[in-house]
Design a protein around this ligand. Structure first.
Ligand SMILES: Cc1cc2nc3c(=O)[nH]c(=O)nc-3n(C[C@H](O)[C@H](O)[C@H](O)COP(=O)(O)OP(=O)(O)OC[C@H]3O[C@@H](n4cnc5c(N)ncnc54)[C@H](O)[C@@H]3O)c2cc1C
Length: 425
């Protein structure tokens, strides 16, 4: 059996794998990127049909290429984002091999550090970069048992309203995915219920600038860790319909029923916590806080940005917030489907190395794992808030390439000292 040897093997060719390839290439580090599907497959097939980027085209991109055919301030449709990364990979001649799944990474007994078993044979490498995405395995709480006659899917399987059986729909989770899916269903004429947990909802634009611009100048993209007690606070933003601030009160005005967090299920009824008012208030506080910070930034820097006092006028609480529904009889309400927009967990079961904590989370410092030669890229908060987003991952990849280069230099030095041959091709 032939074994292919490479210096660095990158697993996954989403935006993280492409960025990693660019920076490894710049440093002259020989590498191969293995992708089980196609470049940017998650953007192509693991999202709903109408998804557009959450950030405007001037922001949600890498420095080396602009989006052709998409206005700088517009939000690129998901297929356009996928094409963008495929084009980018071509532009940098990234050595990506598609259709190859990595099944296992193990420590090698001799020679290069790692043995990598794939659907296309065995590789050996001194460095591995796991770039398999921030959102790997859909998770939802098993609150409503199967066999209750309710169609239940996770948001990652949602494509469009036509796919959902007739009847009212309950969407659980009001982050960016849940909110956009619920609004799309409402617009298609469905009766929609939305379970809203703790969330942040920044203004889409304020005083002439998009919120991603504000997060940049205010240093929020660069925060190193979530503020205490906000680890489980989701963010509700959307580029849909040209980009609008997520506003739950307006959705309620249009007929959506807002609910608190889903708690339990018994005899055909779902119970909800009485936290809806608090969750809406937390979202408001986050929204107003960003306006305050933006105003202060404008004042301190003497900027001549247009005033926008209306941004502070919040609509009145709708009835469903004032008197929240705490129990919902699904049958009585005609609810035939539940969409769980409740997030994802990691799946690094293919890495057979001592690199994880008891919950299966990688132990690392800015993506450098405790196993020499093993690196992680694209994870939420890998180095800072921007890490799992398009712009941030590119910078994290630059850092990891530096680490790999200096690691390789060290190994090359040792190799000379001990007379072994370098793998560098
Ligand atoms: C609904 C949604 C909307 C988002 N919108 C935005 C946005 O607008 N702007 C933004 O900046 N971020 C957005 N994100 C966040 C993030 O940018 C995306 O999740 C993005 O796809 C992450 O890129 P990635 O390369 O890290 O992971 P992925 O794009 O998931 O790429 C990982 C790749 O690894 C491959 N892979 C996995 N396991 C293996 C294996 N064992 N062997 C070989 N290949 C493997 C997969 O096939 C995949 O192609 C969004 C996320 C979601 C869920």
């Amino acid at each position: 059996m032939s074994i292919e040897k490479v210096d660095t093997l990158v697993v996954g060719a989403g935006q993280a794998g492409v960025a990693m390839s660019e920076h490894l290439g710049r440093k002259g580090i020989s590498h191969v990127v293995l992708e089980r599907n196609r470049v940017a497959e998650s953007w192509r097939t693991a999202r709903w049909d109408s998804l557009v980027a959450n950030g405007p085209a001037w922001h949600d991109r890498f420095p080396g290429l602009t989006f052709s055919g998409v206005d700088d301030d517009a939000f690129a449709p998901k297929d356009r984002v996928a094409d963008y990364f495929a084009d980018y990979a071509k532009q940098i001649s990234a050595p990506i091999r598609c259709g190859i799944e990595v099944a296992a990474v193990k420590r090698n007994s001799e020679g290069p550090r790692f043995r990598i078993e794939t659907s296309d044979g065995v590789y050996e490498a001194d460095n591995i970069v796991a770039a398999t995405g921030p959102f790997q395995k859909p998770v939802f709480p098993q609150i409503v048992p199967e066999g209750e006659g309710i169609h239940q899917i996770h948001s990652h399987a949602y494509r469009n309203p036509e796919q959902i059986p007739e009847g009212a729909v309950l969407v659980i989770g009001a982050g960016s995915s849940g909110t956009q899916i619920a609004e799309e269903l409402l617009g298609s004429g469905r009766r929609v219920y939305l379970s809203v947990g703790p969330h942040h909802r920044p203004p889409r634009r304020y005083r002439g600038k998009d919120f991603v611009w504000w997060l940049g100048v205010l240093g929020i993209w660069d925060l190193r860790a979530p503020a205490p007690n906000t680890e489980h606070v989701t963010i509700a933003v959307s580029g849909a319909y040209g980009g609008k601030t997520v506003d739950f009160r307006r959705l309620a005005e249009r007929g959506m029923t807002l609910l608190g967090m889903a708690k339990s299920y018994a005899n055909g009824s779902l119970q909800f916590a009485s936290d809806l008012k608090d969750n809406i208030a937390l979202g408001d506080a986050n929204y107003l806080n960003l306006l305050d910070q933006a105003d202060e930034y404008i004042r301190q820097n003497g900027l001549d940005f247009p005033e926008e006092p209306d941004a502070r006028n919040l609509a009145k609480d709708p009835e469903c917030v004032i008197n929240p529904v705490l129990e919902l009889d699904l049958n009585k309400e005609g609810i035939t489907s539940i969409i769980w927009a409740t997030g994802y967990s990691f799946d690094f079961s293919w890495i057979h190395l001592d690199a994880f904590d008891a919950k299966g989370r990688p132990i690392h410092e800015r993506g450098v794992s405790r196993v020499p030669g093993l690196f992680f890229l694209g994870l939420p908060w890998l180095s800072r808030r921007a890490s799992s987003f398009i712009w941030g991952v590119w910078h994290d990849a630059a850092y990891l390439a530096e680490q790999i280069a200096s690691e390789d230099q060290r190994s090359a030095g040792l190799g000379m000292a001990f007379g072994s041959s370098s793998l560098r091709g």
